[in-house]
Design a protein around this ligand. Structure first.
Ligand code: CP
Ligand code: NVA
Length: 331
């Protein structure tokens, strides 16, 4: 498999074999790291990390993975560069492409990361856009495979806003890998029809399926994986909170939902999560809406079935695989 020179913008651009290759490569890097074996054959190279939205996992994963591989990193924070304000994406791409061997971008529209990739001349990695979160998918799939020993044929039920980056990405990823994807949400939160159509084609080839339902108990019945995401994403206005709480409360991941899926099911969440309203924003939500949790109860989050911290660790190993493969360090 040769992915050298490729950008990683959405899983739509990758075949089932290529996605599985990246998961295998991540597993191999993880094993080496656990055994204390250093693989730093990208020494002398440098990567730029652009974050127009905040991050804990993605930023740390890119930095640790790059350093493990021997590379230097430059972090551009949401306010500390000219990007998109004084300087166009096209110019930024050509400047950074002349100094760095690869560029990570987290921000708003998918068209921005696509434009960056078009003009950079080096691999560009999507660290989250409004539409997609492809590196998160690799971490989730590695976590699922570590647990079940396989991916094909498993049923993954996603609860909540299925029109945004996480819902879209799970649908694409499951469709590519022959998994059964179910979105449980009110109809207005279903993924857009065009993307559903594309994913139905992938699923027809891979043996997977796509189901959209408003009925959470039907959708999560016997699911292997239950997952969710925050009800309001980064960059969305505060005004949407009330409507989201009203619309998505029936799709909260509770003990009843996990029991409906069955005792062998697992729970995943990309994090950060509002199971804990002790945070600054969490307290504001509690005071304003009287809630004690949001998309998942603390009970489920802290249960044996929850693999959220394994999933978070796997962000680093999978991001390492993406950088290594696209920079040609795997061969
Ligand atoms: N899951 C995820 O992308 O986390 P961060 O926003 O902390 O990077
Ligand atoms: N949907 C969330 C995912 C965070 C990792 C957001 O975009 O804020």
């Amino acid at each position: 498999m040769n992915l050298q020179g490729r950008s990683f913008l959405t899983l739509k651009d990758f075949t089932e074999e290529e996605i599985l290759y990246l998961i295998d490569l991540a597993a191999s890097y993880k094993e080496k790291k656990k055994r204390g074996i250093q693989v730093d054959n990208l020494r002398g190279k440098n990567v730029a990390l652009i974050f127009e939205k905040t991050s804990t996992r993605t930023r740390c994963s890119f930095e640790v993975a790059a350093h493990d591989l021997g590379m230097g990193t430059t972090y551009l924070d949401p306010s500390g560069s000219q990007i998109g304000k004084k300087e166009s994406i096209k110019d930024t791409a050509r400047v950074l492409g002349s100094m760095f061997e690869g560029i990570e971008y987290r921000g708003y529209g998918q068209e921005i990361v696509e434009e960056l990739a078009k003009y950079a001349g080096v691999p560009v990695w999507n660290g989250l856009t409004n539409e997609y979160h492809p590196t998160q998918m690799l971490a989730d799939m590695l976590t699922i495979r570590e647990h079940f020993g396989k991916l094909k044929g498993l049923k993954l039920a996603y609860m909540g806003d299925a029109r945004y980056n996480m819902g879209n990405s799970y649908m694409i990823c499951c469709a590519k890998l022959g998994m059964h994807f179910v979105a449980c949400a009110p109809e207005k939160y279903f993924p857009n029809q065009k993307l559903v159509g594309e994913c139905e084609k992938y699923a027809a080839e891979s043996g997977g399926s796509i189901t959209l339902t408003e009925n959470a108990m039907v959708g999560t019945k016997d699911a292997d994986i239950i997952c969710t995401d925050v009800w309001v994403s980064m960059g969305e206005p505060d005004e949407v909170w009330e409507e989201r709480i009203h619309d998505l409360s029936p799709y909260k991941v509770t003990k009843e939902i996990m029991e409906n899926a069955g005792s062998r099911s697992i729970f995943l969440h990309c994090l950060p999560s509002f199971h804990d309203l002790g945070t600054r924003i969490g307290k504001e939500i509690h005071e304003k809406f009287g809630l004690t949790d949001m998309e998942v109860t603390d009970e489920v989050f802290e249960s044996e079935q929850s693999l959220v911290f394994e999933e978070a660790e796997n962000r680093m190993h999978t991001i390492k695989a993406v950088m290594a493969a696209t920079l040609g360090a795997d061969r």
